[in-house]
Design a protein around this ligand. Structure first.
Ligand code: BES
Ligand code: MN
Ligand code: ZN
Length: 483
């Protein structure tokens, strides 16, 4: 999608137009008049359309021009209003096979959110679909602002939104790519590609099997052993000169069969999304490749496939993680926390002021929060960042919500044969998983984001598609501004 900004006194000259309307029926034209004036106002007064957020209503004007009334809902207008209105307009025009449109905006419009809504709506993973089944999108949109608005400011917001959306779209593509086509090596190749196209902003290093063995990444290697695909550790660095360091660690299980503790068959295909944390990290770096932040940002992705092959790890096994902590394996399906153990331990070497890990970690999180929010948990120094994260969630619509990490839960992962065990039973599953991770994140300030429910769903809503949605990219980029 190509988007540009134009400030213009009149609204003449475009065939396909998007116009915003609030629930009072008031059009937001930025002080300008519709061509044909009265001719268009008639149908609005018939109250066929109430301007509700997410709704649209098509009218025709002079010379068969189209005027898509697009609901902005009820004020005061927030990020979500601008974003979801733009998404609805994009989808409505694209459904009519329209490829080009002018988007009439008032001076106060939130250009960042409008561009986000345009670029992220209607997403379909269509790489392997025939032409007639591919997703439909507007390919060219002109944002028509009144002359009183600043074009420079709007262009800046547009560029920022475009970079962030490109990151989210990459994360979606990675998530939706199935396990046979996108294994650990594919994620590593994607990281290299991101660095290559970053104009020197991002450096990447990949550790493969032999290197991981040499450096003691036994937790990651153990989980990867049941698969023919080699485990990898991806390391990315943005802005090495930045004063403050922040590390992102993403779970990269490219397919989670459960291993020897095999999952039931129903919906097992969804476990291709089990690299949603890795996708969030790679997507964030894809955006960073075009953006300037003052911080040094480290991205760590431990990645492998959890399969029940002949050399697979077993329940009962004891693993010594890279940090030296020993783990009793009670269930090979609690594999994410095991690979994150080595990922977190490695991230500490960069001496970050904060480590955030992001993972599709527990089914219990889906039960607790559904598809509408991710859980955040962390150690005490990590909790200091919760308010900012919750605010970022509110602004981006990638909602997060805290869960407790009381010491009272600690006994649940005690093991009679090792330092800790990898499951804490059914109850409080999201908390005990985070408790496990804490052993590897301490003493650094650390926040864990469990995106098991938020990262995909079977319902399209606003800019969120059905399937893998790239949750986390816009959340983290927004958070960097508050850090
Ligand atoms: N990847 C899953 C978590 C998951 C399940 C995410 C369903 C989204 C939807 C994870 O590896 C897992 O299998 N966790 C187990 C842990 C249990 C064995 C302690 C779970 O949550 O059932
Ligand atoms: Mn699992
Ligand atoms: Zn998993």
């Amino acid at each position: 999608m190509r988007i540009s900004v134009k400030t213009q006194k009149s609204l003449d000259g475009f065939e396909n137009n998007i116009v915003l309307m609030d629930e009072k029926g008031k059009l937001s034209l930025g002080g300008r008049k519709l061509p044909g004036g009265k001719a268009l106002s008639g149908p609005i007064e018939t109250k066929d359309f109430k301007g509700e957020l997410g709704g649209t209503h098509l009218l025709y004007g002079p010379a068969n021009s189209r005027w898509l009334l697009t609901g902005l809902g009820k004020g005061p207008f927030t990020a979500r209003h601008w974003r979801d209105a733009a998404a609805a307009a994009q989808k409505a025009f694209a459904a009519l096979d329209i490829t080009q449109a002018a988007f009439v905006l008032p001076a106060e419009a939130d250009v960042f959110e409008i561009v986000t809504g345009l670029m992220l709506s209607g997403y379909v993973y269509d790489r392997y679909l025939p032409a007639k089944k591919k997703g439909k999108y507007l390919s060219r949109v002109i944002l028509l602002l009144p002359e009183s608005a600043s074009k420079a400011k709007a262009d800046k917001a547009r560029k920022l939104a475009e970079a962030q959306a490109a990151g989210t779209l990459l994360a979606r593509d990675l998530m939706c790519s199935p396990g046979n086509l996108a294994g650990p090596e594919y994620l590593a190749a994607t990281a290299k590609e991101i660095a290559k196209n970053s104009g020197g902003r991002i450096k990447v290093k990949i550790k493969r099997q032999a290197q991981l063995e040499k450096e003691g990444f036994d937790a990651l290697l153990t989980v990867g052993r049941g698969s023919r695909k080699e485990a990898h550790l991806i390391e990315m660095e943005y802005n090495p000169e930045g004063k403050r360091t922040l590390a992102l660690v993403g779970k990269g299980i490219t397919f989670d069969s459960g291993g020897i503790s095999l999952k039931p068959g129903a919906a097992m295909d969804e476990m291709k999304y089990d690299m949603g944390g890795a996708a969030a990290v790679l997507g964030t770096f894809r955006a960073l490749a075009e953006l300037n932040y003052p911080h040094r940002i480290i991205g760590i992705v431990p990645t492998c496939e959890n399969m029940p092959g002949g050399d697979a790890y077993r329940p009962g096994d004891i693993i010594k993680a890279r940090s030296g902590v020993t783990i009793e394996v009670k269930n090979t399906d609690a594999e994410g926390r095991i690979i994150l153990a080595d990922g977190l331990d490695y991230a500490k070497e960069f001496n970050p002021e904060l480590i955030i890990d992001v993972a599709t970690l527990t089914g219990a999180c889906v039960v607790a929060l559904g598809n509408e929010a991710a859980a955040i948990l962390g150690n005490e120094k990590g909790e200091a960042h919760y308010d900012a994260l919750v605010e970022s969630g509110k602004a981006t619509g990638e909602r997060v919500w805290p869960m407790p990490m009381f010491e009272e839960y600690d006994y649940l992962i005690e093991s009679p044969v090792a330092d800790i065990k990898n499951t804490g039973g059914r109850n409080g599953g999201t908390i005990t998983a985070a408790k496990f991770l804490q052993h590897f994140a301490d003493p650094k300030p650390w926040v864990h984001v469990d995106i098991a429910g938020a990262a995909w769903g079977d319902k399209e809503r606003g800019i969120r598609p059905r399937g893998g949605n790239g949750f986390g990219v816009r959340l983290f980029l927004n958070f960097f501004d508050r850090f």
